[in-house]
Write a protein that binds this ligand. Sequence first.
Ligand SMILES: [Zn+2]
Ligand SMILES: [Zn+2]
Length: 349
Amino acid sequence: MPAVIPAIVATSSTDPLVLGTVERRDVGPADVRIDIRWAGVCHSDIHTVQGDWGPQPFPLTVGHEIVGTVAEVGSDVTRFAVGDRVGVGCLVNSCGECANCRAGEEQHCLEGAVGTYAATDVDGTITQGGYATSIVVTEDFVLRVPDAIPYEKAAPLLCAGITTYSPLRHWKAGPGTRVAVIGLGGLGHLAVKIAHAMGAEVTVLSRSLAKKDDALALGADRCFATEDAETFRTLRGSFDLIINSVSAPIDIDAHLKLLALNGTLVNVGAPAEPMPVRAGTLISGRRSFAGSNIGGIAETQEMLDFCAEHGIAPEVEITSADRINEAWARVLASDVRYRFVIDIETLRD
Ligand SMILES: [Zn+2]
Ligand SMILES: [Zn+2]
């Protein structure tokens, strides 16, 4: 019998979220049941519910930045035990057999990876996310959360952390490389911390200089305002790698011109609108315009271990279940420094 547990529920694309319940399957042989303690609020949660990425199966519980402790394990589970501190990110399943899965890139599964919410799972049910008191996940998609990462801050690493770590690793940010981060929000602030820890020289490109002190405190070497046209003249040809964390359209062509020879601009934000690029901008300086989507499970574990080793944790504001609608409104207004985390104990009261 599936368990019925407390959850924050979206009933439509327009109504406020409500406190309700969600069902969880019984723990199968390969499953882990996690008592959720903290759940991060990702902009994708809001995009999904509001229908920005297409119609959704309501009622729906979102949340794919999940941290808690193992409460029960199936008979075949070997890597986790009751009491372990664990996390779940944006994926809860994939085919495991295609070339991309075998390469550890489950997020690019050719059969379609199963997202943590609003996706059709292998058993035909619709997945329900982490704004809830527990979740049941096959052990292959459960991450170990090192003790060195403060418990209440770990959750945003499971989406925002891996989304920025993976392209920084893939395009080899490190000593001697010049990295720029566009946008200082949930994703951008982690990109700055991680790139700095990797040894890169880090520049923040923000609309204004309002967050300059924050940018420098997070590990940036410099901060420039993109509302100032002079910035684009000063920084022309300056960067090996630019991470664009902004999920609204920006003048991508102007930012591409900030790349040095062989430089790459990677989009991790996902605006719905097309962004025009001139071929000449790419041809000149052999520039690349690329995208990146979270990371595989092994790389997500590598990211968590890297953050533990380097003392990296997100800047968070703790909120409660009954204030989730206010938190979402503030995310939409870019009024959070830099990630909301829901105290899931407040769902158990
Ligand atoms: Zn996310
Ligand atoms: Zn696959």
